[in-house]
Design a binder for this molecule. Structure first.
Ligand code: KIV
Length: 260
């Protein structure tokens, strides 16, 4: 199968083929998701929550991202490998380019950052250096503390207009696709029809060009919290607990036990 590139992802929109995307933070998961044929893998800064145990993504550092991008890149996925620029790693165009180059050196083939018009100069610097850029609009998890929670975007006309202007700014700056997180389904549908680049929704209804999920949510590997927009298709957390318990109980049995 031919290596998935940014062009492949753009062509999928043109063909009306849905783009499936999942997060990966380590070698085995990247390999499994790639073997499942997922065309776009993201080393998301959601790793701060589902892998590193922080309450939100605002604690994730460049060093964290580089470490996990290297692990995922060792799987040499056929999928396009994108990685998040963590909070405060793209405050200026110069810093954004330096951070993007570090993630590419770690193995990323594209980078993602949150925001629209506010980071257009950063996006131009990254794209101008030949690094593919994935946008992220709607609910911006790196702003969760100012926002006071994970709130749906696009209900108010002012938010709707801001989303259109931010999306247009990302397209003009050269983004190859844009993630729409917790955008009202009608606005996500409008953006999908309006933009020449693919929209990848998360909690934004069925009408985006693709969908992205945090893999731990999809497979029940972070069972203590499941977002409303996810129906887990597996109970990995329960399976791990059960296997560990069976092994512990078998080991505790007198002679002959422990041979699970
Ligand atoms: O950090 C992340 O995993 C993300 C996706 C959920 C879109 O940004």
């Amino acid at each position: 199968m031919a290596k998935i590139t940014v062009e492949t992802i753009r062509e999928m929109k043109a063909r009306g083929e849905k783009i499936a995307s999942l997060t990966a933070y380590d070698f085995p998961m990247a390999r499994l998701l790639d073997e499942a044929g997922v065309p776009l893998l993201l080393v998301g800064d959601s790793l701060g929550m589902v892998v590193l145990g922080y309450p939100d993504t605002t604690h994730v550092t460049m060093a964290d991202m580089e470490h996990h991008v290297r692990a995922v890149a060792r799987a040499q996925p056929n999928a396009l490998l994108a990685a998040d620029l963590p909070i405060h790693s793209y405050d200026t165009p110069e810093q954004a380019l330096d951070s993007a180059r570090r993630l590419v050196a770690a193995g990323a083939e594209a980078v993602k950052a949150e925001g629209g018009r506010a980071i257009a100069a950063q996006v131009r610097a990254i794209v101008g250096a030949g690094i593919p850029f994935l946008g992220h609009l709607g609910m911006l998890p790196q702003h969760v503390l100012e926002e006071g929670g994970y709130k749906i975007k696009g209900r108010r006309e002012e938010e709707h207009q801001a989303l259109l202007a931010d999306a247009d700014a990302l397209v003009a700056a050269g983004a190859f696709a844009v993630v729409l997180e917790l955008v009202t389904p009608p606005v996500a549908k409008e953006l999908t029809a309006r933009l020449p680049i693919p929209t990848i929704g998360i909690g934004s209804g069925p009408d985006c060009d693709g969908q992205i999920l945090v893999t731990h949510d999809l497979i029940g590997l972070f069972p203590w919290f499941t977002p409303k927009h996810v129906t887990p298709l597996f109970a990995a957390g329960a399976g791990v607990r059960q296997a560990a318990q069976l092994w512990r109980e078998a080991m505790a049995k007198p002679a002959g036990g422990g041979g699970v």
